[in-house]
Design a protein around this ligand. Structure first.
Ligand code: HEM
Ligand SMILES: *[C@@H]1O[C@H](CO)[C@@H](O)[C@H](O)[C@H]1NC(C)=O
Ligand SMILES: *[C@@H]1O[C@H](CO)[C@@H](O)[C@H](O)[C@H]1NC(C)=O
Length: 503
């Protein structure tokens, strides 16, 4: 039929026809299915595609187009990863979603877009799996993920090197220019992840430019490329989009290199704090409880999730404490008052302001700011209000929940650690109740909450202890604040001016 149309009209009209056909196809492909809930608004598709032509930060995008409908209706229909989804921020909706994982079942990219580059990176793993498979992965990995860490020295040692390195870089730059902190943060985060989950010192912080670390920067750029992020369908055609072919190769290389690296790790005596995730996975593979593919997927996802979120959080820490000198000073005063240079885990856990600052960072800069990785397994009525058809993807936006004035009060958008409580016990209680109510979802909540939360908080406490004890910093005056436009939430390209404290 197209031949007929094209054959019977003259050239300019042919072009017109082609445009018309493409527009119709695009309309058909991107229209909102009529089965989607009607009592919540639709976010216009161009807002999801903004990343293609603008570099607006995700906080600005949220404030301009998402905040109003989400705060009013609690949920919206939104285009993401090549389809329409339901995105929620009202706490009562989230409690329903997170408590009923049987109805709102985890289904990540391996289910949604199995042919994509991201699916080839993460596979079916402990974070995105559901049901029996998830229970299997959890039974194997949980003891390693939640292993109690009593010895603070390995983390302290890496944190010390981190401070040494930023001081060295500042020395090289001279006093007028700030250090680009993120690449060093990444090396620190990968080092900490290695010694605590992979049972191997990857020496990422000591030796810059190692392939396993360099690959992380490439992977992050590849995944968050706005075109392929929004139209993962294009990943089906790696022979047309050559850069996707390269991307598949990079993901393969990362998996191979990681497996090779942990296989060749030097064995050493058992440590006081017990086996690590990699040891449990090795054993499960040997006993035939998981396949080679499942082994790889879980190893990779542990590598990624155990360094990436903390990396981004520290990214934001430099910004927030660099901007708020009074908070930086108050935190330093708490730390110096201990009179310690080698804090134990008990000591860092005993400091209330340190704990509250970290939680407040997670509240206003949740590294996982938005996630749409659940699918309904039947017709569902979210929070008793929003009727969602079977097989519909649903998700949440943590930045939205955490900055909603009706949830956190009129000062919701201010950085105020005191809101968490004055002593460790009351801060813990606030954290627990805020999480249960889904007012605070930086680590998700209920049945599928983060299993690395304890480690992440400890690691931040130890690093901040070391940093505040030894350095002071300000944000480079030439730095213009901008958050990432999608994916992980963090400030872009931050530079900080670092000063060593005189002791
Ligand atoms: C600041 C640091 C971290 C943040 C903000 C964070 C956040 C999250 C969030 C939001 C989820 C839920 C994901 C979803 O709904 O699909 C999650 C799950 C998970 N996280 Fe973390 N995470 C952090 C650090 C870590 C670390 C260090 C590990 C250690 C390996 C870890 C391991 C996991 C695992 C295994 C799950 C899946 C739990 C399950 O589904 O049963 N996380 N995390
Ligand atoms: C929902 O969809 C799933 C998968 O397609 C199917 O197995 C199930 O029977 C459906 N449930 C209902 C209630 O339609
Ligand atoms: C924070 O992380 C993002 C994403 O990896 C990166 O692009 C950005 O440069 C980082 N910001 C800082 C503080 O350098």
């Amino acid at each position: 039929m197209y031949q007929w149309i094209l054959g019977h009209i003259t050239w300019p009209r042919g072009i017109l026809g082609l445009i018309l056909v493409s527009l119709l196809a695009l309309y058909w492909f991107t229209r909102v299915p009529s089965s989607m809930p009607r009592n919540i608004p639709t976010v216009p598709i161009y807002i999801s595609l903004l990343g293609l032509w603008s570099d607006m930060g995700q906080d600005d995008i949220y404030d301009r187009w998402l905040r109003e409908p989400l705060e009013r209706y609690g949920a919206v229909k939104i285009w993401f990863a090549g389809r329409w989804n339901v995105l929620a921020t009202r706490p009562s909706f989230l409690v329903d979603m997170f408590r009923h994982e049987d109805v709102y079942a985890k289904a990540g990219s391996q289910k949604k877009i199995p042919w994509s580059v991201i699916a080839s990176l993460v596979g079916d793993n402990i974070i995105n799996s559901h049901g029996e498979t998830w229970r299997l992965y959890t039974s194997i990995m949980k003891p390693g993920l939640q292993r109690r860490i009593t010895d603070s020295r390995p983390l302290l040692e890496k944190s010390r090197k981190f401070v040494d390195i930023i001081l060295e870089e500042q020395q090289i730059l001279g006093p007028d220019r700030g250090v680009l902190v993120n690449p060093i943060i990444q090396r620190w985060a990968i080092s900490c992840m290695g010694i605590h989950f992979m049972d191997v010192d990857l020496e990422a912080i000591e030796r810059p430019g190692q392939r396993l670390e360099v690959l992380q920067t490439i992977i992050k750029m590849t995944l968050f490329h706005p075109l392929f992020f929004n139209f993962p369908q294009l990943d089906r055609y790696p022979y047309i989009f050559r850069q996707r072919k390269v991307a598949f190769g990079i993901m393969q290389e990362f998996g191979d290199l990681l497996c090779e690296t942990v296989k060749q790790r030097p064995s050493h005596d058992e440590t006081a704090d017990g086996d690590q995730v990699v040891d449990y996975l090795d054993r499960a593979l040997k006993e035939g409880r998981i396949t080679e593919e499942q082994y790889r997927a879980n190893l990779k996802v542990t590598f990624l999730t155990a360094h990436e979120n903390t990396q981004q959080l520290l990214n934001s820490t430099f910004w927030v404490l660099g901007q708020n000198q009074d908070i930086q000073q108050r935190l330093r005063a708490e730390i110096l008052a201990t009179g310690e240079e080698d804090p134990s885990t008990e000591l860092v856990h005993s400091l209330p302001y340190l704990f509250a600052v970290i939680l407040e960072l997670l509240r206003l800069y949740p590294p996982v700011s938005q996630l749409i990785n659940r699918v309904t397994t039947s017709v569902a009525v979210l929070g008793g209000k929003v009727a969602i058809p079977n097989r519909t993807w649903v998700g949440w936006n943590a930045f939205g929940v955490h900055t909603d004035l009706s949830v956190w009060g009129s000062d919701a958008r201010e950085f105020n650690p005191d809101r968490w409580g004055k002593d460790v016990k009351s801060i813990q209680n606030t954290l627990r109740s805020k999480t249960t109510q889904c007012h605070f979802i930086a680590f998700n909540a209920h049945s599928r909450k983060c299993l690395g939360q304890g480690f992440a908080v400890l690691q931040m406490k130890i690093l901040l202890f070391e940093m505040l004890r030894r350095i002071e910093w300000t944000v480079d005056p030439q730095y213009e604040f901008k958050l990432t436009s999608g994916g992980i939430m963090a400030p872009l390209g931050l530079r900080a001016v670092i000063n060593e404290r005189s002791r």
